[in-house]
Design a protein around this ligand. Structure first.
Ligand code: HEC
Ligand code: HEC
Length: 349
């Protein structure tokens, strides 16, 4: 029935909008399949529950289309997916700082978007606390997409194909920023990564075998790292100062930027370490290039200030073998099912 309406629009409108719009649109063969947020066994309840944003296949596929649409940037060169690439667990591969329109350099490293539904706050400083309010920031940020939100809405609303999508997703053709953000939240909200070798290991499944180094790495990780990088999400989502020396140029005060509280200076949201082997470079400003160097930071690189976390203040005592084994363990967190899942890939045009 709905399919008939869409094809109806495609037949009736071509003269007005030129056939390109409709021809380009490929309706996913899995149209109107049920979609759900699958909470993996043993995981806590997600923070984002879709309570005010009913999750549907139509909403999800609209969100996906929007996520990959370059029209959200001033010069139509950058989409959300430019800085959040699936093969890099939706981080920005190889970029220490994000690159926006005109190749403008941002101030922070683009984080992975895996398991967003479990995050209680967003950005390195937790400046946004609802997944639905998040996209306005990159769209309007002059260093990222640099487009006033009203202009972004106008561009989307001028597209007849989008009108059909919004009708499918929300019941009528109204296109506004709230609906755009809700659809994007449907797409990002069900990006669950829970099928790494580590997960199989924990579930005692085939494919979950660890060698002695990985096994030892896991034990060491639980001893030294898991207090902050808490399993199974590998973050407790608190704000901490892990002892990075404050940058001399463009000092980033972190959480204190939001709270105005000096006690929050240089504290950042504890990042999840899921898929960490494919999201390099590391830390909020991408200053650390390799996993070896990230672990080395905790061993010899901690710069103590008054807000440095007591757990790392004096450095973490690790031998060379300990370091190697922790790195071996971190590599088991790569989830190839997630990064190859066609559900999250850019839809065919
Ligand atoms: C120019 C690169 C760039 C573009 C384009 C971009 N982002 Fe981001 N994204 C980032 C960076 C950098 C951060 C971290 C910003 C910060 O902490 O201040 C981020 C953070 C996020 C977060 C929070 C992640 C977390 O762990 O807290 C989400 C969600 C997100 N982006 C989604 C989007 C969506 C949706 C779009 C498109 C509307 C988008 N991004 C466009 C670079 C980008
Ligand atoms: C006191 C809490 C705490 C402890 C303990 C801790 N970390 Fe971290 N970790 C953080 C915070 C906070 C960040 C982000 C810091 C920043 O970018 O400013 C971070 C960042 C990282 C990153 C970079 C992640 C990314 O996406 O860029 C890696 C890798 C990492 N930690 C690994 C470890 C390992 C391995 C251990 C144990 C040896 C460990 N951490 C112990 C809090 C902690």
């Amino acid at each position: 029935m709905k399919k008939a309406i869409i094809s109806g629009i495609c037949i009736l409108l071509p003269l007005v909008i030129w056939t390109a719009g409709c021809k380009k649109e490929t309706i996913d063969p899995r149209t109107w399949e049920p979609v759900a947020l699958n909470v993996p066994k043993g995981w806590p309840e997600p923070a984002y529950t879709f309570a005010n944003n009913k999750l549907t296949w139509e909403g999800f596929t609209l969100g996906r289309k929007l996520f990959y649409d370059v029209r959200f940037s001033r010069d139509s060169t950058v989409s959300c997916g430019s800085c959040h690439q699936q093969f890099a667990s939706f981080a920005h591969a190889g970029h220490d700082l994000s690159h926006g329109v005109d190749d403008r350099l941002g101030t922070r490293n683009s984080p992975s978007l895996a398991n967003m539904a479990w995050h209680s706050s967003f950005f390195w400083d937790g400046g946004v606390n609802n997944l639905e309010n998040q996209p306005i920031n990159p769209i309007q940020n002059p260093l990222e997409m640099d487009l006033p939100i009203t202009e972004a809405v106008n561009r989307i609303a001028a597209d007849a194909v989008y009108k059909a999508h919004f009708k499918r997703a929300f019941g009528d053709e109204t296109i506004n920023s709230q609906r755009i953000f809700k659809a994007m939240a449907q797409f990002m909200g069900i990006m669950v990564s829970a099928d790494s070798r580590y997960d199989k290991h924990e579930r005692n499944e085939t494919g979950g075998t660890f060698d002695t180094h990985e096994e030892r790495g896991l034990t060491l990780f639980r001893q030294h790292c898991a207090a902050c990088h808490k399993e199974p999400l590998f973050s407790d989502f608190s704000f901490r100062n892990n002892g990075l020396a404050p940058a001399i140029v463009m000092t980033d005060s972190g959480r204190a930027r939001i709270t105005g509280d000096m006690a929050d200076m240089y504290k950042f949201k504890v990042p999840s370490l899921r898929n960490i082997a494919i999201t390099q470079p590391y830390m909020h400003d991408g200053r650390v290039r390799t996993l070896e160097d990230a672990v080395e930071h905790y061993r010899t690189g901690v710069y103590a200030t008054v807000t440095t976390d007591p757990l790392v203040k004096d450095g973490i005592n690790l031998t060379d073998d300990d370091k190697k084994d922790i790195v071996a363990f971190l590599k088991t967190l790569t989830d190839s099912t997630f990064i190859n899942n066609p559900l999250f890939a850019e839809p065919g045009q």
